[in-house]
Design a protein around this ligand. Structure first.
Ligand code: HEM
Length: 389
């Protein structure tokens, strides 16, 4: 699939009242828990996990209702292997195991993960309470892979001291960037999310003068202004993360990164989390960062940051998540709205067909020179689970 084949969401799901999403596009709170789990062996574990999907929204209500002003939310993601194990086919068109990237100098590893719980709130205690209730519901059925507690750092500073999230799309633009539409009608209202845990060499970073740090990020540190095109280096983080389709349209994702730290152990990190309607967009950004655009011109931020995890999940719509409690509702002859779905699919260019035709391949974007941008829009390592491509 290719990002450029995406029809506007306004013409697809939201306008026609199709499934509401999980709270993917949610304002960043003061705290987040990022929890990655594997499903334990056995059919009983699978049954417990499916039941959890049916009950997740009720758990958020139970905890969140007590202090609604603290805006508790949870997004549940499902990894590629877990989808196959729990639900088989049909499956979301672009769900796959995160692809490791090996650049000349830096590597983005692919690490295991069957489930993601992305819990956001205004206080750590709200995140903790929901995490505890969720783990109670999943008791005996899951094994921990990674858990990171992120915090908002002053005025949304990242661990490296720069404001993070400024160019995130908002409102309708954010929905269009993150929610699947008629390009994959069975999974409309869903999304894809990639998470990566980064650890920073803060000693080396702090030795850089501020002006040099600004050239690494591509924005000013104090007041968060983007550097002018003729000043911003091509290997700055911002320059490499502005990506476009072949028509020069900027492609967006929604990021909800937060810093985390254990200062006594010298551990300082950023938990990257990026939601996208098509994971190819995030993968293109990662290719630019790790391989470089052009190859070799990699993201200088990586000289101070090591990616220790990398996992991709599908985020079903709220209705599909609940329906998955009883197995894959799309499987079999009695799949709901099958006729309607086929009709919609026929009238919408199939991403697969487009890709096969070679006109819209994301690969064609990779080496493409970027147009000058006129407006601005926009722990512990786990062993890799997929060989390098
Ligand atoms: C080491 C971890 C990372 C840190 C500390 C970090 C920090 C930042 C900062 C400070 C900005 C500028 C302000 C803003 O617009 O948000 C930024 C922009 C951005 N980052 Fe990251 N980031 C990290 C990883 C990533 C990754 C892995 C991706 C993509 C896969 C990414 C994608 C972007 C994008 C798309 C922008 C906005 C570019 C623009 O339109 O100007 N970041 N990041």
């Amino acid at each position: 699939m290719t990002a450029s084949s995406i029809p506007p969401l306004s013409e697809t799901t939201v306008a026609s009242g199709q499934p509401g999403p999980q709270p993917v596009v949610e304002q960043q709170g003061m705290a987040a828990h990022f929890i990655v789990l594997n499903i334990a062996p056995g059919a009983a574990a699978e049954e417990t996990v499916r039941a959890f999907f049916g009950n997740a929204a009720a758990l958020v209500r139970s905890v969140g209702r007590r202090l609604p002003e603290l805006r508790l939310s949870m997004v549940v993601g499902i990894g590629s292997n877990a989808w196959d194990r729990l639900f088989g086919t049909p499956r979301p068109a672009h769900l796959h195991v995160f692809k490791e990237l090996q650049g000349g100098k830096h590597r983005a590893p692919s690490t295991p993960g069957d489930l993601l719980l992305h819990i956001r709130a205004q206080t750590v205690s709200m995140c903790f309470e929901l995490a505890m209730q969720a783990m109670r519901a999943l008791e005996g059925a899951v094994e921990p892979v990674d858990e990171v507690h992120g915090f908002r750092y002053f005025d949304a500073r990242s661990m490296v001291g720069f404001v993070d999230g400024t160019e995130n799309p908002e409102g309708q633009e954010a929905l269009e960037a993150t929610l699947i539409g008629t390009e994959d009608p069975d999974f409309a209202g869903g999304s894809y999310v990639i998470v990566q845990k980064y650890l920073h060499d803060m000693t080396a970073w702090n030795q850089l003068p501020t002006e040099e740090q600004e050239r690494v990020i591509g924005r000013t540190k104090h007041d968060d202004i983007e550097l002018a095109d003729d000043v911003k280096p091509s290997n700055s983080h911002v320059a490499l993360n502005v990506v476009e389709d072949e028509n020069g349209n900027e492609l967006a994702i929604v990021r909800n990164n937060l810093p985390f730290a254990t200062p006594s152990r010298g551990e300082y990190g950023t938990y990257f989390i990026g939601y996208a309607r098509d994971p190819a967009v995030t993968e293109l950004m990662l290719t630019n960062m790790f391989i470089g655009r052009p190859p070799g011109n990699y993201d200088r931020l990586l000289d101070f940051s090591v990616a220790v995890t990398g996992t991709l999940f599908f985020v079903p719509s709220q209705a599909l998540l609940e329906a998955l409690a009883d197995g894959n509702p799309l499987a079999g002859d009695d799949a709901p709205d099958a006729a309607e779905t086929a009709e919609t699919a026929a009238s919408t260019p199939s991403p697969v067909a487009a890709s096969a035709a070679g006109t819209l391949q994301i690969g064609s974007l990779k080496g493409q020179p970027q147009l000058n941008r006129t407006t601005s829009s926009g722990g512990s390592a786990q062993p890799g689970s997929e060989p390098a491509p």
